[in-house]
Design a protein around this ligand. Structure first.
Ligand code: HEM
Length: 535
């Protein structure tokens, strides 16, 4: 496109945009002269920007040709889910670039380049992009999950590791997890409706996971699904997820000129976040502060929050950082594990033979006497294969949490402009038929047969970059150490206690998926029958 054409295009576009804005959004207001002048200046700026992009773009990764201002946004749409990006990688290759308004999105779709982003060049690509909405929910990066790679992230990750992510923590709490899971089994056993008509088990499992995480975090517990604090906590967190994961605010994120139209959305986010942080603070953090102050020197650290408050007292982090750690655990730990559980249970309902195999393995390895506990999970490879297969086929975070390069970088021989959002299509890595036999089948056996050596990426061991449900490297999920045993225990105990079936009249439950900015969960929370095996 010549410069004259670009000028013409941009001017026409801006005039068109303003006219539409006037007609659709603000019919009662005339366009002021100042806005017209601004639009002209903006057009010229857009040309300069666009010319720069195209003139330095010779070594950029391939991708569809962008148009000024919108980039590729109008071509690719809002919902850039893992399947669409996988299909685009077939056209543009293992690394491609989308311009989304003023932002760059780089998509990585093969194991070698995933290794580069997550491991070999883990420092270069170790930051996180934020947008106007995530700035609000993270207090501009005062948290750990969405902060840039650097001293603050290192400190936060170190402070969170001791009370959450060590083997000692797993051993300290696994008995509690087992008790919480047993309460779910008891509730299902005592509910007649569950045996014949079936129930949606999600809410009960959600209560269990909140209790597991809140007991670890605050030594606190919710009484029941109708406990007002549980109702409030889940409402705050689901509203936060809805607002952050929505595609509705993309226009203001991609095209800064349109940001004023996001005002109402951002006010809603700010309001929710301040009420939500106040809830965590008033009901949980302050309580721990009080207990610690009352005990003084004699206080024994009895939950994660005590360690976090201790780090604050030593001046390592601020009181805001303390609250954002609570916020991060609420979003990163609970729903991800819950989604995985829901997928696993739905697939098991559709595959009774896999349930039988799990029971047979437990009987053969542990005999009738011993219960499945965290300490013997490692002796149950078929059970673990079932968890792996769930995470492979239904990765809860299919594009991982987006990465970002603070400075210009090189990837696969291409130049990646600074501050690009870089996503690794982990779902495609583990569902590409070029690398996996019949990937669409739910078949745990694959992890014992042709994929015998494949492990979810764990630091230190040999990593298979085709299977990254928890990411890999510096920004990988530290919660893997909790999530895998909790999932194993829940599935083992449910399958040992019940035959899980679709509700009467249905041969299979629907396992279709629903995604957000970077989450993926089951679209329909179906009712399931839990037929007790033992009294
Ligand atoms: C099945 C359950 C889970 C899955 C599938 C999962 C997956 C992930 C993924 C894909 C990432 C991003 C990796 C990357 O960007 O390279 C991540 C990050 C993270 N996860 Fe998890 N996660 C799960 C459970 C948990 C739990 C239980 C916790 C905490 C108790 C947790 C805490 C975190 C944190 C703090 C991060 C951010 C790490 C950083 O940025 O340095 N996750 N998780």
């Amino acid at each position: 496109m010549g410069n004259l054409q670009k000028t013409l295009f941009c001017t026409l576009f801006t005039v068109g945009l303003l006219t539409c804005t006037k007609l659709i959004i603000l019919p009662q207001f005339p366009i002021p002269l100042s806005l017209k002048i601004f639009s002209l200046i903006f057009s010229l700026a857009a040309i300069v920007g666009f010319s720069r992009t195209t003139s330095t773009s010779t070594n950029l990764p391939p991708g569809p040709r962008p148009v000024p201002i919108f980039g590729n946004w109008l071509q690719v749409g809002n919902d850039l889910h893992h399947r669409l990006l996988a299909a685009m990688s077939e056209t543009y290759g293992p690394v491609f670039l989308l311009k989304l308004g003023s932002k760059n999105l780089v998509v990585v779709s093969n194991p070698d380049l995933a290794n580069q982003v997550l491991h070999t060049q883990g420092v270069e690509f170790g930051s996180r992009p934020r947008n106007v909405v995530f700035d609000i929910f993270t207090g501009n990066g005062q948290d750990m999950v969405f902060t840039v790679y650097g001293d603050h992230w290192r400190k936060m990750r170190r402070i969170m590791t001791l009370p959450f992510f060590t083997n000692k923590v797993v051993h300290q709490y696994s008995g509690m997890w087992e008790k919480e899971i047993e309460l779910v089994v008891d509730d299902l056993r005592s509910n007649e409706v569950v045996r014949e008509e079936g129930i949606v088990v999600r809410r009960r499992l959600q209560l269990m996971l909140y209790n597991i995480m809140y007991r670890m975090m605050f030594d606190a517990k919710f009484e029941s699904e109708s406990d007002p604090l549980f109702v409030e906590a889940t409402m705050f967190n689901s509203e936060r997820s809805r607002l952050a994961q929505s595609f509705d605010y993309n226009y203001g994120d991609f095209i800064p000129m349109l940001r004023p139209f996001l005002k109402g959305y951002l006010v809603k986010c700010r309001d929710l976040q301040s009420r939500r942080l106040a809830f965590f603070n008033n009901y949980y953090v302050q309580k721990r502060r009080k207990i610690m102050a009352e005990n003084g020197e004699k206080h024994k650290m009895s939950c994660a929050m005590d360690h976090i408050i201790d780090a604050e007292t030593k001046g390592e982090i601020s009181s805001e950082n303390v609250l954002y750690i609570v916020e991060n655990i609420n979003v990163a730990a609970i729903e991800t594990t819950l989604w995985s559980m829901e997928w696993a249970i739905a697939e098991l309902a559709n595959h009774p033979a896999i349930q039988r195999n799990i029971r047979d393995e437990i009987a053969a390895v542990l005999g009738g006497e011993t219960a499945v506990t965290e300490s013997n999970l490692h002796r149950l490879p078929y059970l673990q294969a079932t968890i792996n297969e769930t995470l492979r086929l239904h990765s809860p975070i299919p594009l991982l949490v987006p990465h970002m390069n603070l400075e210009q970088a090189t990837l696969g021989g291409y130049t990646i402009p600074r501050e690009s959002k870089v996503v690794v299509n982990a779902w495609w890595l583990s569902n590409n038929p070029a690398w996996w036999k019949r990937p669409e089948d739910f078949r745990p056996e694959r992890f014992l047969e042709e994929e015998g050596g494949t492990e979810a990426a764990v630091a230190g061991g040999k990593v298979d970059f085709r299977f990254l449900p928890f990411g890999m490297g510096r920004r990988s999920c530290p919660g893997i150490i909790l999530a895998l045993p909790i999932l194993g225990l829940v599935i083992a105990r449910l399958v040992l206690s019940f035959e899980i079936r679709p509700p009467p009249g249905l041969a299979e439950v629907d396992v279709s998926e629903k995604g957000g900015q970077f989450s993926l969960h089951i679209a329909k929370h179906s009712a399931l029958v839990f037929k007790p095996i033992k009294a």
